[in-house]
Design a protein around this ligand. Structure first.
Ligand SMILES: [Zn+2]
Ligand SMILES: [Zn+2]
Length: 106
């Protein structure tokens, strides 16, 4: 087993964890740091992408998940990338993230 790539929490850079835990961490970290969280926004393509609100448009325009969603025929494509780990273990999360996009493109 290779050690998992550690990801940095977008809210508090001191928080580091494997990609597989980031999603859960983000939810709790957001609650614990509302002042930081209110300046941040979730990328609509990937729930694990949290960027400053003023950079959200820029991020979404360049988001790597955006092309993945666009190219995906089934909406439930599991996200790869961000260090090559499979980020989303629960397909419904990706489904919620990608739903809008999928509807639009059909
Ligand atoms: Zn954190
Ligand atoms: Zn993104």
């Amino acid at each position: 087993m290779e050690p998992e790539d550690l990801k940095t929490c977008p809210y508090v850079p001191n928080h580091r964890m494997p990609a597989s835990r980031l999603q859960y961490h983000l939810a709790s970290c957001k609650k614990k740091n509302p002042n930081i969280a209110k300046k941040m926004a979730n990328c609509k393509y990937n729930a694990c992408h949290v960027v400053p609100i003023e950079r959200l448009k820029e991020h979404e325009a360049n988001c790597t998940e955006r092309t993945a969603v666009d190219d995906a025929k089934p909406c439930l494509k599991i996200t790869k990338g961000l260090g090559g780990n499979t980020m989303v273990k629960h397909p419904w999360v990706q489904f919620l993230v990608g739903k809008k996009k999928c509807y639009k493109s059909h």
